[in-house]
Write a protein that binds this ligand. Sequence first.
Ligand SMILES: [Zn+2]
Length: 125
Amino acid sequence: MPTRPPIHRPAGARRATLQKQAMYARTPERQQRQSMYDHAWRVYSRRRLDANPYCVRCARLGRLRLAVVTDHIKPHRGDAELFRNTENHQSLCKRCHDRKTRLEDGGFGAHAPRSSSRHGPTRDG
Ligand SMILES: [Zn+2]
């Protein structure tokens, strides 16, 4: 009977896999937050971007770049009031939004910074 060749797994690989799975798990909180980005939001966001087409962060640096994201200035973290508050919205280009998200939410696999540095200076203000 043929046997499967052994698979080499470096020490700690199993734990790293479990940590990664936990990070991307569809928790109820994550699902609830995701469901906020519904059709009404997408329509609103599209119209807002049509009216405010340039990235506000880039504009502060004297750059003219088209915005593609309606960003929440203060992260809403599932708070419906903060999510819908138009005073809390700004137009950002993808680059600025990705950077902001990574710094504030620890998105894209990055760990969220400790609260002491969360409101620290960023490269583009
Ligand atoms: Zn930008």
